[in-house]
Write a protein that binds this ligand. Sequence first.
Ligand code: HEM
Length: 175
Amino acid sequence: MKKLAIVVGVAVAGTVGLLVQAMYASGKADGGGFLGPGILSAEVNLVLEALLVLGLTFGFYLARSGNIEAHRINQTTWVLVNAVLVALIMVPSIRQAGVENLTELRDAGKWVPWLHGAIGTFAVLAGLWLVLQMNDLLPRHLHIAWWKNLMRLTLAAYWAVALLGLAIYKFWYVG
Ligand code: HEM
């Protein structure tokens, strides 16, 4: 097992999780944010997701320049931070995008969150799979041989999800 990446990743993602819980406990999550018209939890999520795709892209550069151990720690950390944000902020909030009849899907404010959710589910699962495989936590027979292509695809998925997330912020809060 590659311990360092897991320890750093769990520590950073755990801290982010505790801070998000503290935000909810303070009762300020649904109040005004610090960027513009959005609520605080949405803006915290937006800023962290933007940092996250920049961080994962920096990790791409680390891999390309041969710094694989730094790439491992960096990617593991961002994948786990993303999983915490999905579980604590995005899953509870997608209830707002409930669709009662199909005609509502003409409204981009309704279908974009579900597209974001579908690609996001892929990104979370692929990211976690890579983290488990590359840190030697997955049994050998579950290892994906085309992991390099999966890494490229997963990075592209994180980018698509972040850009769709920005669009959701616009639909829900800016109008
Ligand atoms: C968690 C442990 C990880 C390890 C140990 C790892 C390791 C590697 C290695 C060995 C390479 C090949 C570098 C080369 O010789 O070209 C690579 C490339 C890459 N990785 Fe990872 N990786 C990890 C996670 C991830 C994740 C989660 C993502 C996506 C979000 C990712 C995205 C990439 C990309 C985009 C490349 C460049 C592929 C190319 O050459 O075009 N990696 N990684």
